[in-house]
Design a protein around this ligand. Structure first.
Ligand code: PEP
Ligand code: MG
Length: 325
């Protein structure tokens, strides 16, 4: 089947009734970003900068970061690249920056850590801006945001980096679009305010599921409870896309859900138009979306949202897939 999927990878994802869906690549390792791989994708929807940080023995310098980020941007050519600022903490430790906490997933991670270390944060922002330079479509994404203040503080740092660089460099830098991860549930209820501050949100369904259900995403004892198809999670995802539409805020999904066949169908049914996933999922999701209609999916969604548990949701999705070949 994989061969069949790949044969259509260069064709755009359009449903049978003409709805275009943009598919992007999730990446973190440079080896996974050859231009050949980026070929079937509309861009890079999530570049996890913690990966190169984890591979180093110490914090990479500004010039080391510029060189890594530039390779990513070059691989994408003129397509957009969403670069996420450092998201360590939680399950992602840095060997040279030990953090000891009882509840790492509720602790010092992502933007919290960056804002507490402006000297590190500014280096990363400066490196991204310089790598973005001119002629690339750099977008900067902030992980683990739970307050508007975190966004405001970041925008001040970003402005500082931007102004300094424009004085130091011989050319005008392009202003990147700025986005926040929608992965801490409380942000679902502040999207109107978020929309006044940034250009887009990207749903981190892995963490959003973990935090909405209070289930550790990596704990095998509770893995059966970690379920992104829980009808309550589906309602949260629907709320997010509806609010974003109302407030004219661009939205995409970069959690694992977007790369799962059922997940992609549910998201498109809800009105999501941008999905970012691992390279291994791209061809398959494209193949599936080219064989369903938005109309049928919208009708299916009404039923899905009425189910009482994730198992029932998946069963309905299973019959839908069977009926659509
Ligand atoms: C997510 O939380 O869904 C996400 C994409 O970020 P990460 O998996 O890197 O935490
Ligand atoms: Mg996350």
């Amino acid at each position: 089947k994989q061969k069949q999927f790949s044969a259509e990878l260069s064709l755009p994802s359009i449903t049978t009734d003409g709805q275009r869906i943009h598919l992007y690549l999730n990446a973190g390792l440079l080896s996974g970003i050859s231009s050949e791989i980026a070929e079937g994708a509309d861009g890079i929807g999530l570049y996890r900068t913690e990966i190169p940080f984890m591979l180093h023995q110490r914090f990479p310098s500004e010039s080391e970061q510029i060189s890594v980020y530039r390779k990513v941007l070059n691989a994408a050519g003129d397509r957009p690249v969403v670069m996420r600022t450092l998201d360590v903490g939680g399950d992602k430790p840095l060997p040279y920056f030990p953090i000891k906490e009882d509840n790492p997933f509720l602790g010092w991670r992502g933007i919290r850590l960056s804002l507490d270390h402006p000297e590190l944060f500014l280096v990363q922002l400066r490196a991204m801006l310089q790598a973005g330079g001119q002629g690339h479509q750099l977008q900067i994404l902030l992980p683990m945001v739970s307050t508007l203040d975190e966004i405001d503080q970041t925008l001040v740092y970003l402005e500082q980096a931007f102004t300094e660089l424009n004085q130091e460099l011989k050319f005008e830098l392009v202003r990147p679009k700025i986005g926040v991860m929608l992965e801490v549930p409380v942000l679902l209820y502040q999207l109107q305010e978020v929309a006044k501050r940034v250009d887009f949100v990207s749903v981190g369904s892995n963490d959003l599921t973990q935090y909405l259900l209070a289930v550790d995403r990596n704990n095998p004892s509770v893995s059966s409870l970690f379920d992104s198809y829980h009808p309550g999670i589906l309602r949260a995802l629907k709320l997010a896309v509806d609010e974003c539409e109302q407030y004219d805020l661009d939205i995409s999904v970069c959690g694992e859900l977007a790369g799962e066949p059922y997940g992609a169908l549910v998201l498109v049914a809800m009105g999501y138009r941008k999905l970012s996933m691992n390279q291994a999922s791209l061809a398959r999701i494209n193949y599936i979306l080219r064989r369903v209609s938005q109309q049928d999916l919208s009708e299916l969604l009404t039923l899905l949202l009425m189910q009482s548990n994730g198992q029932q949701v998946r069963t309905l999705l299973g019959s839908f897939v069977e009926n659509n070949g």
